[in-house]
Design a protein around this ligand. Structure first.
Ligand SMILES: NC(=O)c1ccc[n+]([C@@H]2O[C@H](COP(=O)([O-])OP(=O)(O)OC[C@H]3O[C@@H](n4cnc5c(N)ncnc54)[C@H](O)[C@@H]3O)[C@@H](O)[C@H]2O)c1
Length: 402
């Protein structure tokens, strides 16, 4: 059996690696030729726990080979990006391109699994695309949608241990997909139809977005009423049926900050709550920037100069190097570009960033006048600064330090 993965990013590469580790022959396809070369030469660098060694092993054993174009296989995974455009509308053109790229190689009996997050009914429309171009395959290839719900930083563990939902365009497609996932998933695998599976993924991320919006809104209420938000949440969570999440400086990442727009776009008249949550989370970043600007002015009126600011963390979540849609990076970038201050950006999980120059913890402790805790990375927990240095904790770092 041969499995072919189209898209070797955050999700496709670890999944391909685990499948190869189970002894299945894997071809990984990515249009990024540099990435393909790095994988094949065992030079791929990642901070994703366990991935680097596991990948090097399967590449060395020739169980996983990366290529820039597809070829024949028995199981095809589509794991390409599904961004939103400027108007917050989902763009599934890359999924379509990826499907078109495999159509010439499909044969009767093949299984196609879409893992990219998509709008409802995309799997059915991709099935129509395949059957229109290859009527010979009608009813003889199996097509399923199986969303991914892993936590970056713990992907290898979660890929094997999380429950999975597999939704087929028909029952046989769902059961073939389940049979394949069984080869590497220890969690339960739940069969359904593709439209339910598509909606399930969007539901999970919209739910998280709404919950975080509540915490973010609450953090503003607490600030206005001079109450410590972290103590407030801790006390409220002592109630047996309450579990308020941590607020932050917004919501980032490739999923929670993006996927609710798929629902808003498809059901504009029925997503007021989801839309408001999305807007509240975006507003929280602006609110943090206003807080920072207020502190800058306060410092300036007291010292007759602008403070040196340290932006601590630019990843979208703690202990990650992923800066996609990161509100912390947005804040650091905005201050760097548009404030009069010298800005030190510190991200211990990255050696470099595409737009921001990075400083280390030593620079921060020597130079900073105002410290902004944007992401609660473990590396920051023991950071000691003199008592007169002002800090603003947007992420609950000091709670972690206690
Ligand atoms: N990152 C996450 O935590 C996460 C979690 C769950 C679901 N998802 C979903 O999984 C999908 C993939 O996300 P990701 O984070 O792995 O994306 P990514 O951007 O990290 O990787 C996608 C890869 O696909 C490649 N690619 C683009 N077009 C291609 C094509 N036509 N043929 C071959 N390769 C192509 C890109 O070069 C890139 O390497 C998205 O739909 C995303 O929403 C992501």
């Amino acid at each position: 059996m041969k499995a072919l993965f189209v898209g070797l990013g955050y999700i496709g590469l670890p999944t391909a690696t685990i499948v190869a580790k189970k002894g299945i022959e894997v071809i990984g396809v990515d249009t990024n030729a540099d990435l393909v070369a790095q994988i094949n030469s065992e030079n791929f660098q990642t901070s994703e726990y366990q991935l680097q060694d596991m990948l090097a092993e399967v590449v060395r054993n020739k169980k996983l080979i990366a290529k820039t174009t597809p070829e024949e296989a028995d199981v095809f995974f589509i794991v390409v990006p599904t961004p939103i455009n400027q108007e917050n509308k989902p763009d599934i053109s890359i999924v379509k391109e990826a499907i078109e790229s495999i159509i010439p190689f499909l044969k009767s009996g093949d299984l196609i699994i879409i893992e990219s997050t998509v709008s409802q009914s995309t799997t059915n429309s991709m099935a129509n695309l395949i059957f229109n171009k290859r009527p010979d395959l009608n009813d003889s290839v199996f097509i399923s949608y199986c969303p991914e719900r892993v936590l970056p930083g713990n992907i290898i563990y979660e890929l094997e241990n999380n429950d999975r939902v597999v939704g087929g365009i028909n029952k046989e497609s769902a059961s073939r997909a389940k049979e394949f996932y069984r080869k590497f998933v220890k969690g339960s695998i739940h069969e359904t139809d593709s439209r339910t599976a598509e909606l399930c993924k969007l539901t999970e991320n919209a739910y998280r977005d709404v919950q975080i919006a509540f915490a973010n809104e609450l953090s503003i209420i607490a600030n206005k009423s001079n109450v410590d938000i972290w103590e407030l949440i801790d006390l409220a969570n002592k109630h047996p049926r309450i579990n308020i999440l941590n607020p932050g400086c917004g919501v980032g990442g490739h999923c929670i900050a993006v996927d609710p727009w798929f629902l808003i776009s498809d059901f504009p008249e029925h997503t007021q709550l989801i839309l408001t949550a999305r807007e509240r989370n975006l507003d929280k970043t602006k609110w943090c920037l206003n807080q920072i600007k207020y502190e800058i002015e306060l410092f300036r009126s007291k010292h007759d100069r602008y403070p040196i600011i340290a932006c601590m963390g630019i990843a979208y979540k703690e202990n990650s190097d992923d800066t996609r849609e990161s509100p912390a990076k947005l804040i650091a970038n905005e201050l760097t570009l548009n404030s009069q201050c010298e800005v030190l950006t510190c991200e211990p999980n990255l050696t470099q960033d595409d737009i921001l120059e990075l400083s280390n913890l030593d620079d921060v402790s020597k130079k900073a006048d105002l410290i902004l805790w944007l992401v609660a990375h473990d590396e920051f927990v023991d950071f000691n600064q003199s008592a007169e240095i002002k800090e603003i904790d947007f992420c609950g770092l000091r709670l972690k330090s206690k």
